[in-house]
Design a protein around this ligand. Structure first.
Ligand SMILES: [Cu+2]
Length: 572
């Protein structure tokens, strides 16, 4: 009997407990929290992947104690030291050894190799204004292989970084979607929201990371409780296509802090709060392609949710005297976006339900139907969240720089999203995804090219008008900076907050003009100097080429001239 026991032990080693994730319908646990001490947060993360018993592919950020995807809590000015050990394996090669890639034998410098393979990885600190330099927030050349020693990220949280919710995830071109959909993501909180917004002082807070993953039951018919919808189509990424009804099969399943809520019955994850307790919910949309449109229902009535921060920036950063809470009964969050809001638990005896409402992603987009996410019940003895915001807080100093909306742009640039079938005569042929600067040729992002699409100068503020010439919704994101949304398809909007990710509405094939957004882009911070990407945050689109490169040159005219002379082809 020794042999079968040995086999069982080997199986256990191949699927360590660290890969286990909660079952559908479980209570939502808070991620492990790591706090900086004396101005430093040091941690070691290992990234591993495995195919689980249910067939799903998992990518896990693990601490030495086996806990997954910790929330990193830092103050402005702190040093973050994160050692990342890559222990990824090529799951596709294991499934089909004939397709195994040659293991990269030669050691390559992780700072410059730019290697893209199924076992390469790196980190992006989404939303932080950290320099785009190796060991900090550089993703275009940085690539860590399994044979590399632990790779040290060492970055200073900028002293002026607004307090709020940021996040970390891998950014290897061509492999971002599979790693993020597998669960490689975590929250990063810059402390001090209570200094910006008195309304959150003393509140218990809850971090909710909403991820997506491939459907656990892709062949299942929709729940009998749903209306019958037209025949399911597949979109250009191979996911269930938007059918325009708000029902039917979604492109991906969702999970909340790793509790899956699978199609077709969406058994809600469980949350227990004290009756009528106020909490601050810090919600990250870490999905690879899924838009969220959150609402909290008591019975059928959507409750008021008080938004205090978007994309890591408190809503009153404009410095206006207006009430720094925006009350809404539903909240859209694109992939990559974050929203922090005040909610109130139901009264005793009333059941609450957190849902995501359908998002119309356009004719060419994924299906994002209505679905339940979490059942919110109450009990007088419900456990309190681990963190309460401080009651006493010195107000944040006013921003050192003028409000972005009050600064005149030095120029306006025009960009557009578009898609093209590789064989225009065959609707089933592969799609190429482009994000193009007007005047340049549409081309899928080429990671082997060192050409930049845009050159800007530190100190400048620019307006970018970004059109969508495709029939699906896209989410524009740029590294290193935040921007101000000024116009939505030509209509002025007046937002008292900044974003780093924004929806660009889809073209319906009929309107006389393409839909667009006008963004005021802020290159004033010296930490923006360097080369970094802007892209669609639907990771299947990013991996498919919907990305461009900007180089921000130092402000000093002499330095800028020297940099231009050293690089003869700044524009392609
Ligand atoms: Cu897109």
């Amino acid at each position: 009997m020794l042999f079968p026991l040995l086999l069982a032990a080997a199986t256990l080693r191949a699927q360590p407990a660290a890969y286990s994730r909660p079952a559908p319908g479980s209570a939502i646990a808070e991620p492990r929290q790591l706090r900086s001490r004396d101005g430093v947060l040091s941690l070691e993360l290992t990234v591993r992947n495995a195919r689980a018993a249910d067939g799903s592919v998992r990518y896990c950020y693990l601490l030495p104690d086996g806990s997954e995807s910790p929330t990193l809590r830092v103050h402005p000015g702190d040093l973050l030291v994160l050692k990342l050990k890559n222990e990824l394996t090529d799951l596709a090669a294991q499934a089909s050894p004939a397709h195994a890639q040659h293991a990269a034998s030669a050691h390559a410098d992780p700072c410059s190799s730019g290697r893209m393979s199924a076992t390469s990885t790196n980190l992006h600190f989404h939303g932080l204004t950290a320099p785009p330099q190796c060991h900090q927030d550089e993703v275009l050349r940085t690539s860590i292989q399994p044979q590399d020693a632990p790779f040290e990220y060492r970055l200073r949280i900028p002293a002026a970084e607004p307090p709020g919710l940021y996040w970390y995830h891998p950014h290897i071109h061509g492999f971002s979607a599979v790693q993020v959909a597998g669960g490689a993501s975590g929250a990063l909180i810059v402390e001090g929201l209570e200094r910006a917004t008195a309304a959150v002082r003393g509140l218990p807070e809850r971090v909710l990371v909403i991820r997506d993953q491939n459907l656990l039951h892709p062949a299942a018919p929709p729940s009998k409780s749903e209306p019958v919808v037209p025949k399911m189509l597949i979109d250009r990424d191979g996911d269930a296509a938007n059918n325009g009804t708000g029902f039917g099969k979604p492109a991906k399943d969702l999970s909340l802090n790793f509790v899956p809520v699978p199609y077709p019955d969406y058994p809600p994850a469980q949350l227990r709060l004290r009756p009528q307790e106020r909490q601050l919910w810090r919600v990250l949309n870490a999905a690879s392609v899924t838009y969220l449109n959150l609402a909290l229902l008591f019975g059928r009535t959507a409750q008021a949710l008080g938004i205090v921060a978007i994309d890591g920036v408190p809503v009153n950063r404009a410095g206006s005297a207006a009430e720094p809470v925006i009350w809404r009964d539903h909240i859209g969050i694109p992939p990559g976006g974050r929203v922090e809001f005040i909610m109130t638990a139901p009264p005793a005896g009333v059941a609450g339900l957190l849902v995501t409402r359908t998002v119309d992603t356009g004719q060419g987009g994924e299906n994002d139907p209505n679905r339940a996410l979490a059942a919110v019940s109450t009990a007088e003895d419900a456990p309190e969240p681990a963190t309460h915001l401080p009651v006493d807080a010195a107000p944040l100093p006013l921003a050192a720089l003028p409000w972005l909306g009050d600064v005149a742009p030095v120029r306006t640039r025009y960009l557009y999203f578009s898609e093209k079938l590789t064989d225009p005569g065959n609707p089933n042929s592969a799609t190429e995804f482009y994000l193009t600067l007007e005047g340049q040729q549409p081309a899928a992002f080429d990671p082997t090219s060192s050409a930049t699409n845009i050159v800007a100068h530190q100190g400048d503020v620019e307006d970018w008008i970004i059109e969508n010439r495709s029939t699906e919704l896209h989410a524009f994101h740029i590294h290193q900076i935040h921007f101000l949304l000024l116009e939505w398809s030509g209509v002025p909007v007046n937002e008292p907050f900044l974003r780093d990710t924004v929806n660009v509405p889809y073209f319906n094939g009929r309107s006389l003009q393409y839909p667009s957004v006008r963004l005021r882009m802020d290159f004033r911070d010296p930490d923006t100097v360097g080369t970094f990407p802007y892209h669609c945050h639907l990771l299947e689109h990013e991996d498919g080429g919907m990305m461009g490169i900007i180089r921000v040159e130092p402000a000093a005219p002499a330095a800028a001239a020297a940099a231009a002379a050293a690089s003869p082809a700044p524009q392609r």
